[in-house]
Design a protein around this ligand. Structure first.
Ligand SMILES: Nc1nc2c(c(=O)[nH]1)N[C@H]1C(S)=C(S)[C@@H](COP(=O)(O)OP(=O)(O)OC[C@H]3O[C@@H](n4cnc5c(=O)[nH]c(N)nc54)[C@H](O)[C@@H]3O)O[C@H]1N2
Ligand SMILES: Nc1nc2c(c(=O)[nH]1)N[C@H]1C(S)=C(S)[C@@H](COP(=O)(O)OP(=O)(O)OC[C@H]3O[C@@H](n4cnc5c(=O)[nH]c(N)nc54)[C@H](O)[C@@H]3O)O[C@H]1N2
Ligand SMILES: [Mo]
Length: 784
């Protein structure tokens, strides 16, 4: 039997609020008034919470804010500044040794900075000089394709639209963004299969669903506002199943901070009926098993398949060829349990599948999304109330940035439309995404790197190699609110341009501006900050883009860059002309109560696909891909990674398979991506980040104990050994042969060549590793 100390307190509820309060106290000296928190996700004039992309509650009557939101807001709203005095005190080489936590707490960037290599310090520079340097370097390039323009999903629609326009007018589609590391398989596969790469559900569907299956998602930590919806659905009799190698404790029970009675009486709602504790990377195999049973027992929606889909026969044949033995081996779940789940799906009149990074961040990420979509199509679960596909996006405007044209592989129709509206030629060649862009930089083919938010090198695999490559560039430009590691590997010319954040007021010559975002369910809402900007020197992202464009293109430019940055209505009028679905944008955003929904053709069973129908897709990889990989790697590792570590491990293990593990990476409660707020992960009961989660039964099998120190090694795609550690062994109810650690510290273990074929998403959630137990002395000594 599995004995695991479980976190018994409900998610959210008092412990969450106390933790937030403590967080607020930590930040108290820095937090500029509770007004920022109170203003978020509120009916009128508030700002959209930068915490995540989950939609606001439809009533907007309650204060829709959560622990994650409070931390993210506090991080931006702190009044400590990383100003010129701070940078005069610390060299860049010294700052390279600071942890993510330390960098997070130095405060807000407050003036433009230039890297002075002679002194190894960041020093102030005027905005005008900064722009002049940028324009000069961009003009010197042999080709616009030698520049790479990254975007992180915090950027609101209006500046995002201006940024992609600027980049394309400059002449390249090199617009990688954090989506490339996040929901790219979703955008690619839903696009291919349904004709649109976005969720088919709206929030109201969760009230009518009878079955919700959550694949590879941990909402208690990452989308806490989703819990209320789940608890509500559950109360209405909806079954909720989580498919996850981990039994995430935060999902067990939920106490609603919005309900005083709940809190005082100590009541809680149960949220998850069952956890399917799948092998890492086993989702496509599980979904194949489910489909196999549904087809064999004729439980599909034949009318829907007939009328609306294409490719069913091919998929059916492929599914029939998959054996139950392979299915079980591929996902680690026994046939009767798979059939049980298939039975629930067959009986449910309204099923929603939600998914997160546990589905997308694999070599088979595209296949995983395809198999979820196949399942929904088999059952006709798209285009009816209470059912559909619900990818849950991370960054608050990652979906909107894409809609605005931040895309390295833009649709021809988008390019044509922008070209027509601005009467300016657009580059026609596809650009570089994160993986291809990072590789081009490492190969020396990129000379200029510009980053609109984000922490490129730390978020991507091969962190150190990218950081070295950054130092070889001619120019790096960072538009940001906070200092991070990527800015500490300066190019020949290196600039930090501090910008106004989402919580702050944006006042231009045309008065106070509001911006817009698109949530995970295609709703466009307004966002307007309340706080006085941390420094008078800050500029808005839109202003920075406009100024660089003006400097670079000069008076010849026919595009009114400055007018767009000063009056977002002007920008919105252009968006209305250039981007589908934004007709009468200015009027609709003002008159609609809390925004409007973009038209979603697949929701109305209109299929804008190649075949004109919804498309079944056969997976590209074998459903035993991960299991085979582990078996092969055992042999390969023994042969080519002929180190003490591996040989000892293999000799000690009872069988080769037991020596090899599948490693996944997860987020904690006290971080937002690469921004590390603290070291607590309440639901997982740990207060450090250098941990390796493993099941206690597995520790016993190895004769290891919690608290032991381990090194994690793998062989990368160039047969080179990579090692991470020392990490502290920590108990977790996680599948056998699976281990987990925190993102982003593990990203040097991962490489840019291990990614999905179409979407190019890095395999952050599954790599084969071997473990070595060590004793921590001056030099780590082998204990195995
Ligand atoms: N507090 C907080 N909130 C955040 C963020 C944050 O860093 N902190 N980041 C934001 C962003 S950008 C994003 S994209 C979202 C991410 O939100 P999630 O998608 O919830 O992110 P993760 O924590 O990376 O992983 C989710 C789950 O995948 C599971 N998993 C791992 N491997 C597999 C597998 O092979 N199969 C299955 N089925 N499950 C697997 C893990 O156990 C984990 O529970 O959160 C957003 N919200
Ligand atoms: N191993 C592993 N790696 C992963 C993942 C994983 O699960 N495992 N997840 C991946 C995912 S899902 C994502 S989305 C990426 C995240 O990748 P990124 O989006 O690149 O990373 P963030 O940490 O969100 O970026 C934080 C920085 O953004 C800047 N910033 C914050 N707010 C603003 C703003 O309003 N404006 C501007 N201009 N800048 C701002 C600050 O300087 C801050 O340091 O990481 C990916 N990497
Ligand atoms: Mo993300």
């Amino acid at each position: 039997m599995r004995k695991i100390p479980v976190y018994t307190h409900p998610a959210a509820g008092w412990p969450a609020l106390i933790a937030s309060a403590r967080k607020l106290m930590d930040y108290k000296a820095f937090l500029r008034g509770s007004i920022s928190v109170l203003g978020s996700n509120q009916p009128k004039g508030g700002f959209d919470c930068p915490g995540c992309a989950w939609p606001d509650h439809k009533s907007y009557k309650t204060l829709d804010v959560c622990e994650t939101g409070i931390k993210v807001i506090a991080s931006e709203a702190m009044s400590t500044r990383a100003d010129a005095a701070f940078f005069a005190k610390h060299t860049v080489t010294e700052l390279q040794r600071w942890s993510g936590y330390e960098l997070e707490h130095i405060g807000r960037l407050s003036e433009p900075l230039y890297y002075d290599a002679a002194q190894d310090h960041y020093v102030p520079i005027s905005w005008q000089d900064a722009y002049a340097r940028i324009a000069q370097q961009l003009q010197q390039l042999d080709s616009p394709d030698e520049a790479l323009f990254y975007t992180s999903g915090r950027v609101t629609n209006e500046p995002a639209f201006m940024y992609q326009l600027f980049v394309r007018c400059f002449g390249t589609n090199n617009l990688p963004d954090c989506s490339n590391m996040c929901h790219e398989p979703t955008s690619v596969m839903l696009g291919k299969q349904l004709g649109i790469g976005k969720a088919t559900v709206v929030l109201e569907d969760f009230e009518q669903a009878k079955l919700i299956i959550m694949f590879g998602q941990n909402p208690a930590t990452n989308h806490p506002r989703m819990l209320e919806m789940l608890a509500h659905a559950h109360k209405q009799g909806c079954r909720i199943i989580s498919v996850n190698p981990m039994r995430e404790q935060g999902l067990r029970k939920f106490r609603n901070p919005q309900k005083p009675t709940h809190m005082v009486a100590g009541q809680s709602d149960i949220m998850v009926d069952d956890v399917i504790q799948i092998q890492i990377g086993g989702d496509a195999a599980l979904l194949t098993g489910i489909a196999k049973w549904l087809i064999a027992n004729d439980k599909m929606n034949n009318d829907f398949i007939q009328t609306h889909t294409s490719g069913f026969e091919t998929l059916k044949q492929w599914i029939q060829q998959q054996s139950w033995a392979d299915i079980e081996r591929g996902c680690g779940i026994a046939q009767p349990d798979i059939i049980n789940l298939a039975g629930l799906i067959a009986d449910s009149p309204a099923t929603i599948c939600t998914w997160g990074m546990g589905i997308t961040q694999h070599v088979q990420g595209d296949d995983n999304v395809a198999m979820i979509t196949n399942l929904l199509l088999l059952m006709g679960m798209i285009g009816i109330d209470g059912a559909g596909a619900s990818p849950v996006r991370g960054h608050s405007n990652v979906q909107g940035d894409r809609t605005m044209g931040i895309h390295e592989r833009p649709k021809q129709s988008l390019l044509d439309s922008i070209e027509h509206v601005f009467n300016h030629p657009m580059p026609q060649e596809n650009g570089l995404d994160v993986v291809a862009g990072a590789k081009a930089m490492i190969a020396g083919n990129i000379k200029v790197f510009m980053s609109m938010g984000g922490n490129f090198s730390v978020a991507a695999p091969d962190t150190s190699t990218i950081q070295q490559a950054l130092t070889q560039n001619q120019l790096n430009v960072f538009v940001a609110t906070k200092l991070n590691e990527t800015m500490l590997y300066p190019a020949k010319h290196n600039l930090i341009l501090p910008c106004i954040g989402r919580t702050e007021r944006l006042i231009t010559a045309h008065g106070e501006q509001f911006a817009t975002i698109e949530d995970s369910m295609c709703r466009i809402v307004a966002t307007q900050g309340h706080l006085k900007p941390i420094s008078k020197t800050l500029k808005s992202e839109a202003q920075i883009v406009a100024d660089i464009a003006t400097q670079l293109f000069g008076a010849e430019s026919t595009i009114p860059w400055q007018a767009m940055s000063e009056d977002f209505d002007v920008t919105r009028d252009y968006i209305a002309q250039a981007i589908d679905g934004f007709e009468d944008f200015n009027q609709r955003i003002r008159t609609a109560e809390r925004g409007f929904n973009l038209y979603h053709p697949a929701r109305h069973r209109e299929w804008h696909t190649d075949s004109g129908k919804a498309q079944f897709e056969v997976p590209k990889y074998s459903i035993t891909y991960v299991a085979d990989q582990m078996a092969n790697d055992t042999a390969n590792l023994k042969r080519s990674l002929n180190t003490q570590i591996i040989t000892n491990q293999l000799n000690n293990a009872q069988s080769h398979e037991q020596a090899v593990w599948q490693l996944t990476s997860v987020r904690s409660h006290d971080q937002f991506n690469t921004m590390i707020f603290g070291y607590q992960d309440r639901y997982r009961q740990t207060n450090r980040r250098d941990v390796l989660f493993m099941h206690p039964d597995e520790m016993k099998r190895l004769g290891w104990q919690k608290g032991d120190t381990v090194m994690v090694s793998r062989q990368d795609s160039h047969n080179q050994a990579r090692t991470l550690g020392p990490l502290i062994l920590t108990e977790m109810d996680i599948a056998a042969n699976a281990v987990a650690t925190y993102y982003p510290e593990c990203n040097d273990l991962l490489d840019l060549d291990t990614h999905a074929p179409d979407s190019h998403i890095p395999s952050y959630k599954s790599v084969t590793v071997v473990l070595k137990r060590v004793k921590v002395t001056d030099k780590l000594t082998d204990l195995a």
